[in-house]
Design a protein around this ligand. Sequence first.
Ligand code: HEC
Ligand code: HEC
Length: 207
Amino acid sequence: MKYFLVGGFGLLVLVLVSKVFVVLGLINLETFSSEARIKQTKVEQINEKKLQTIGKQTYEVFCSSCHGMDGKGNNGKAHNHTKRIAKKTVLDIIKNGSNNFKTIYPSGMPSGLVNEMEAQEVATYVANGMKTKKPKAWSVCASCHDESGEGILYVAPNIKYYSDELVLTVLKNGKKGVIGTMPDSFADKLSEIQIKALANYIRSIQK
Ligand code: HEC
Ligand code: HEC
């Protein structure tokens, strides 16, 4: 009888303790452990569907405050991710040059590579996703950005779509441009998987 009582009491204590953990878990461990799980998993182990889910969640937490839940850039406050690049950005970079991505392109892009009229033509071409006829002056840009616009590693970035490399570069360096300033603080806060997932997600909303 005595043993039963002790046993029963022990069981009660166990149940109570586990309840406390469940409650704590709801508040804390849930978010904590899913973050930790993401950090521990290897990139190769993640399938496309999972990657998309992680990308969307990470975007909502870290990026949507500026870029908007729909990725369209909050009425011009940040870059619109449903397009790779806007005409006004291309024109600004041709006119002023750019040296944001120092980790990979230390000398940046020089200004004034083409004249005003050529600038208009290539900017329209780039902003339309390079789907229209190539203007003549594109050959100047192609010498660094490649004929395809997909960039050349260590020479110039991809200006056609959001490659993994491009997104990683932006997260490491931040960006100061004609739209505004993106902080450079993200790369350290995010795991390799989260960064890959973000690139995947942004590509998926680009039209
Ligand atoms: C000498 C090589 C070179 C040439 C030629 C060149 N670029 Fe670039 N471009 C770069 C580099 C390097 C960067 C990255 C700049 C940075 O670090 O901010 C860049 C950045 C850009 C960006 C911004 C990309 C982003 O993600 O913010 C655009 C748009 C662009 N170039 C368009 C053009 C166009 C259009 C031309 C042709 C008129 C051109 N570039 C010619 C090297 C070049
Ligand atoms: C504090 C506001 C802010 C936050 C938060 C933010 N961004 Fe940005 N981001 C910007 C602004 C502003 C620009 C446009 C800079 C410019 O071109 O003038 C930008 C531009 C970009 C670009 C385009 C760079 C290019 O090549 O032209 C990418 C990609 C990007 N952000 C990704 C992200 C991702 C992914 C996150 C979340 C991890 C994020 N941003 C969080 C403000 C922000």
